[in-house]
Design a protein around this ligand. Sequence first.
Ligand SMILES: Nc1ncnc2c1ncn2[C@@H]1O[C@H](COP(=O)(O)OP(=O)(O)OP(=O)(O)O)[C@@H](O)[C@H]1O
Ligand SMILES: [Mg+2]
Length: 314
Amino acid sequence: MSALKESDSKPKSPVIWAVGGGKGGVGKSVITSNLAISLAQRGKRCIAIDADLGGANLHTVIGMPNPKYTLSAFLRREVDNLHEIIAPTPIPNLWLISGARALMEMANPKYTQKEKLLRHISKLDADYVILDLGSGTSFNILDFFLVAQEGILVVLPEPTSVENAYHFIKAAFYRKLKRATNRTGVSEAIDRVMVEKISRGIQSPRALIENVYSVNREAGEALQVAADNFRPNIIINMVRRWDDKDLGQDISVACKDYFGITVEFVGEIEDDDHVKKAIRMRKSVMGMFPASPFTKSIHKISRKLLSHDGDSHE
Ligand SMILES: Nc1ncnc2c1ncn2[C@@H]1O[C@H](COP(=O)(O)OP(=O)(O)OP(=O)(O)O)[C@@H](O)[C@H]1O
Ligand SMILES: [Mg+2]
């Protein structure tokens, strides 16, 4: 892969987007792959990475056969560099790093393996890297989510999915705070808040940070910076009723009120039969149905996310 290799001289880092969601089957993979295609179509050199280490299937929704090399080879140290396992896709400007085969050992890589993978990802030579995360809120998933400049949560208009989204946001937020300081006592204080009910005022993140600040100014400031930089995005997927899309704004308002966290609602995607048709044919939705409602929503969302970088590319 001559055009895309790990950069050894110029330290330019790609912009990383990560797509997660507490619940399985909400559309993470289909949205990741099509956001990646949308970026590629806008001329961005983009690498999609299947970071769902337990159930990799990103290649299928991009419309590719089973890849020869996967992240397993990197995690097992059969290859030293990620560029050795980057595969071209049929879409210009888009490359894929496929997920590990469903081996239990790969689904839960050790801390050092994960940190190495994150380091290598942030050195890839591309304009954008998009990560498809597995479901759940394990530390591995949260750490991939937090390494991204744009963390994107996919939520369905169903109570269980909404509950999972709140849980994910809370878990990711406290994980971010924990990683911001290693001061003794602070980490334990965050753990205590994590298990308490958020409705009690004193346990709010703001109260926690103020508390830490009063004891140790430096640690308090580190937490404040981490909190200010935590700005996840949400997408409401498989919208069926006209009022389903209001949910995005409702979640955003609730996160501000209860957690003091800014969550941006970046768009809704309707329940569109073209998605299932394309997946059944093992093709990308955007490739098969460029005028479908799904495709239009994805373009709108990618444009909105790009504008966060000050990129107004149409
Ligand atoms: N907007 C949509 N309209 C219609 N069907 C959709 C839409 N989004 C997703 N789906 C359906 O949901 C299924 C699951 O999507 P996908 O595999 O992307 O979810 P996932 O969150 O990645 O799941 P997992 O947690 O298992 O990795 C798809 O196969 C498709 O049938
Ligand atoms: Mg998936």
